[in-house]
Design a protein around this ligand. Structure first.
Ligand SMILES: [Zn+2]
Length: 76
């Protein structure tokens, strides 16, 4: 079974829960070599759980605190 992880670049829309924007604006040109297009900051907070996955496994909305499973799209 394979699961497809969301990338942070997908998280520039609005929070499905509170509807507020996760778009943090453009990344300065001199920092873009470390990022991928569309070169915009996401306001979403990374949450790691080493028991689940070595890396980011959850996203957290900075506005309402809702958490989203990176591997299962939206969690209620
Ligand atoms: Zn939210």
């Amino acid at each position: 079974m394979t699961t497809e992880a969301m990338t942070k670049e997908e998280l520039l829309g609005n929070c499905p829960k509170c509807g507020k924007s996760w778009d943090g604006g453009p990344i300065p040109e001199n920092m873009r070599e470390h990022y991928s297009p569309p070169y915009r900051w996401s306001l979403v907070i990374d949450l790691e759980d080493p028991k689940v996955y070595d890396g980011v496994s959850w996203w957290k909305c900075p506005h309402c605190g809702a958490t989203f499973d990176r591997f299962k799209k939206i969690k209620n």
